[in-house]
Design a protein. Sequence first.
Length: 238
Amino acid sequence: MANNVQERWTSLVPSSRSEPTASPQQEELRRLQTLLSREMAKTTTFEGVIRELHASVEQQARSMAQKHLDLELRATAVKQELDRQAKEAAANQEVVAARIAELERTVGDLKESLVDANSKENSLSQRVRELEDIDTTSIQKSIIEHANIHILTRLFSVARDDFESGEITQMEMLQACDNLVEQLKEVAARQLERAPVGFSSIDNLMQSKARRTWEDVGKEEDESVVIIDQSSSKRPRV
């Protein structure tokens, strides 16, 4: 564009070869041509600057587009992570809800077992009272001791399971065993105090116990009977 304008101005100015002496008009034309050439040069420079700015703007636009794409990818990754965490939280809530429901069922079963135990205890007590030919006090004490032994056995099983699962230490397990041994010693001492002295007497006692009907009753009900010996100040413990 600048070259075309310059050629037009050159064609308007007479050649210096044809006229050796320049007129004022020719001088003015030359001056204008020089100014125009300078302006054209500036225009060319400006066009180069504009092209450079355009290239820079395009580069910045591409860079911003890449950054925008990176941000979108990061936002997608964050959203996926949040969705995954939300699913895990929902799954954990389901597990907790299932555990709560299981505990509620367990509590209900325990309540039913307690009712059954009380019912069986009442039934056993009624049957014991019906056995008029047997010493009621002796029967109650025997049942109590049987229940104590059952409780101690149950406590030992619980302690053993806790030890195997790592919920209690070896020292705690030894302490629990020592406590159970002491309780068993007390039960054995009470049994020996009531037992007759002598082998034949003990043999007769064992045979007589084998013939007693209340012993069979106790075997049927011993799984659910829990009776506290009111005459003893000691309680089964772990």
